[in-house]
Design a protein around this ligand. Structure first.
Ligand code: HMG
Ligand code: MG
Length: 308
């Protein structure tokens, strides 16, 4: 029997990864969503992205969003910053933490941030210098750790190589992204083994999209290998505009249900997260893609019917 962690930290990416893929959300709805998430026990909420509005118009209001939210003490509100311009905007927005984002594959790097992997690492250097100056912790995302929509399979050694570069730049943690959600547990195990040869497991997080329904299995695999930081998105919202066909991240509610069942503490109230998910999904005119969230709602309806 493998040993599972006692505690897992969730990085909630719904307001960024989720909403970067949705066109119909107003600034007020985003603010309300983040305020609702702030009441659930979550300790890290990615609240926006300071990226080019020409590339991702859905995130163009991140400054207003971050300036309007009610901040709860003890919660880290973070944002994506691909370059110095993004970092300067994140400072104005009062971000507690920022994230640079690179790719383990060349094709995705070109399509997502318009430069090669090595150029991106050069571009991140001045961001890291500024972050040090302002004492803002920087998280590093690494995309396409299993497969790339443009280049095919990514060799685990390549993932390890770029992850090391991001750590050497000064990132405190690397979030390993299965951007298109095609990986299965054995691929994840091999990739994590390779990265873990160079980077301690407590500096690694997993960020799995759920396109092929494998994210929870992949997370379980990662948990057995000592991973304790999981990125997830309320209601399973999300996708990446530059990874065609990729669906949302694993749903926060589904990860919480898994952790609760495994006796792993998260400090987060699954019902409150599900409520926040239903509210934003109503605004989007869709149902949550989280099975746990649907089951919670069905149970509530049954309970209400019994009470009547
Ligand atoms: P570029 O066109 O090469 O950059 O884009 P540029 O420096 O030539 O600038 C072009 C224009 O953008 C200029 O405006 C800049 O001022 C402006 P113009 O002079 O033409 O009017 N600009 C900016 N505006 C606001 N904020 C900024 C900024 N930077 C430049 N920070 C760039 C390069 C990186 C900016 C662009 O490619 C970009 O914004 N890409 C971001 C794409 C993106 O956000 N993708 C989704 C997030 S990543 C993801 O989802 C994966 C992840 O979830 C992990 C996983 O799942 O694997 C993290
Ligand atoms: Mg993502």
């Amino acid at each position: 029997m493998s040993i599972l962690p006692k505690h897992v930290s969730i990085v909630e990416v719904g307001a960024r990864d989720g909403l970067q893929n949705e066109n119909l959300v107003t600034t007020a709805d985003k603010v309300h969503f983040i305020n609702q998430l702030s009441q659930t026990g979550l300790k890290h909420i990615e609240a926006g992205a300071f990226v080019s509005p020409k590339w991702v118009p859905q995130m163009a209001d991140s400054l207003s969003v971050m300036n309007q939210i009610n901040r709860t003490s003890g919660i880290t509100y973070s944002a994506l910053t691909p370059n110095v311009k993004g970092f300067e905007l994140a400072l104005q927005a009062g971000a507690d933490q920022v994230a640079i984002f690179g790719s383990a594959s060349e094709g995705f790097s070109q399509h997502n941030i318009n430069c090669s992997v090595s150029e991106s690492l050069k571009r991140f250097e001045p961001v890291m210098e500024l972050a040090e100056q302002y004492q803002i912790p920087v998280r590093g995302y690494l995309s396409c750790v299993a497969n790339c929509p443009y280049d095919g399979a990514t060799p685990p050694v390549k993932v390890a190589e770029v992850a090391r570069e991001l750590i050497n730049l000064g990132c405190y943690e690397i979030s390993l992204g299965d951007t298109i959600g095609t990986a299965t547990p054995l691929r994840i195990a091999k990739m994590l083994e390779s990265v873990n040869q160079h980077i301690p497991i407590n500096q690694l997080a997993v960020h799995f999209h759920d396109t092929w329904g494998q994210a929870l299995a992949n997370i379980y695999q990662a948990l057995t290998m000592g991973i304790t930081v999981i990125d997830s998105s309320t209601s399973g919202l999300g996708g990446c505009p530059y990874a065609d066909g990729a669906s949302g991240n694993v749903a926060t509610e589904d990860v919480l249900y898994l952790c609760n069942g495994l006796g792993i503490e998260t400090g987060i109230d699954i019902d409150k997260v599900a409520d926040a998910g239903w509210t934003i999904c109503q605004q989007l005119g869709k149902l949550p893609s989280s099975k746990a969230s649907l089951a919670i709602r069905a149970r509530k309806i049954r309970d209400e019917q019994k009470r009547r």
